[in-house]
Design a protein around this ligand. Structure first.
Ligand code: ADP
Ligand code: MG
Length: 381
């Protein structure tokens, strides 16, 4: 799919959306010290937009004329890019505007997409200033390609576009509980993980999914031997692009309404007690969490992980330590299941536990989502 690649023009005009509060609060200093000198050499002119509050970037990219910019750069964590993606999708001209390459420069404490792009580019695993330098270098080169998004809908009628992942249970609790340790930078997740291990809990609900077709992902076979065989034929093929009316948002053709049962050819997980459920579409869940080593920017696939209740704290800790190298599936832990899917549904039995979308908290309620291949573009190595 070589035709999916493009390159930024030179000179290049970049709008930089920067959250001064992200990470440990040094995004603006780092931008001026590390990023700006490199971009100047590469003929990339920057205009900085400093966000003053949550939702500020969302409104900016939703409401303004963006035609003067060749790329929108987000210097923050994944949360600000999530705002930008959803703000862009609210524009009547979203279909054209989403062709504009986005770029993430890690300035936050959760920099999962930046870590994923660094990994896809074949660079060594790095964090902090080195990760920022690598991502800035990738921007200087200016190559961009398509990225899948996942459309998520909730029982209360909300709809989001997500580029990273949806989580429920253990990891999501870590993400949100550790907000109070923001000053620690990315170390907040390590501390949060240890704290959540201490009060390990079980989350009850029903998980269903539509397995990926043979053309998606790298290993369509479920890892969990106890997973039942779907009671129908293989999943639907994604509709070709351009089947929706102009201006209207892409339709979730694989999903049944949340009030109704999932389609008959979906798989329903028999267990209903989980430690975590995580649907991730990029390789990294955090700078030090390589959760889906096989994931790529536009592999057309949601990498669904779930951990069944009954796992010991020691086994869970081992899995998390292995996840820093991406070797957790090699441990063959019977509680950890992995399956590439096109769509999933999660129905929590009670509104307990925290749900996250791209690291941002979401009230706990039934949620379902499906992949939309190649819906946006990102700068990548
Ligand atoms: P981090 O990885 O450090 O959490 P994010 O980019 O995820 O960084 O940002 C966290 C949240 O901060 C986002 O939800 C964003 O809306 C919000 N935000 C953006 N600008 C500001 C600001 N000036 N003050 C406070 N919060 C902000
Ligand atoms: Mg964040």
């Amino acid at each position: 799919d070589g035709d999916s690649y493009g390159v930024l023009p030179r000179p290049c005009r970049a709008l930089v959306l920067l959250n001064p509060q992200s990470g440990s609060g040094r995004a603006l200093d780092d931008f001026q010290a590390v990023v700006q000198p490199m971009l100047a050499e590469a003929e990339i002119a920057t205009t900085i937009f400093i966000t003053e509050r949550p939702h500020h970037a969302h409104e900016k990219v939703r409401d303004e004329d963006l035609s003067q910019w060749d790329t929108l750069v987000v210097m923050s964590g994944d949360g600000l890019l999530y705002e930008v993606v959803n703000g862009l999708m609210e524009r009547p001209d979203w279909k054209d505007t989403m062709k504009k390459p986005l770029c993430i420069l890690p300035g936050g404490s959760g920099n999962a997409l930046a870590a994923s792009i660094n990994y896809y580019a074949g660079y060594d695993h790095v964090a902090k200033k080195k990760l920022l330098t690598n991502c800035t270098f990738i921007l200087c080169k200016g190559l961009h390609t398509q990225m899948d998004l996942v459309s998520l809908s909730t029982a209360s009628g909300k709809r989001f576009f997500s580029f990273l992942g949806f989580g429920w249970g253990f990891i999501s609790d870590v993400d949100i509980d550790s907000e109070k340790y923001r000053w620690l930078g990315s170390a907040r997740f390590t501390l949060g993980t240890l704290q959540c291990l201490a009060k390990l809990r079980v989350y009850q609900g029903r998980l269903s999914y539509l397995p990926a077709g043979p053309e998606q992902g790298t290993s369509p076979a479920p890892r969990d031997p106890s997973t039942p065989v779907p009671n129908g034929q293989a999943g639907h093929v994604l509709p070709p692009a351009g089947t929706d009316a102009p201006g209207s948002l892409p339709t979730d053709s694989l999903l049944a309404p949340l009030g109704q049962p999932v389609p008959a050819h979906w798989t329903v997980v028999p267990e209903e007690e989980f430690v975590l459920v995580y649907a991730i579409y990029q390789s990294h869940l955090g700078t030090n969490l390589l959760m889906a080593p096989a994931a790529r920017l536009h592999d057309g696939c949601i990498h669904l992980f779930y951990m069944k209740a009954g796992i010991s704290r020691v086994a869970l800790l081992k899995l998390f330590l292995a996840m820093s190298r991406g070797t957790h599936l090699d441990l063959n832990c019977p509680h950890l299941c992995y399956v590439p899917v096109q769509a999933f549904r999660l129905e929590p039995r009670v509104a307990a536990g925290i749900m996250t979308v791209d690291g941002e908290a979401l009230a706990c309620e039934p949620v379902q989502g499906q992949i939309h291949g190649r819906l946006c573009r990102v700068v990548s190595g």
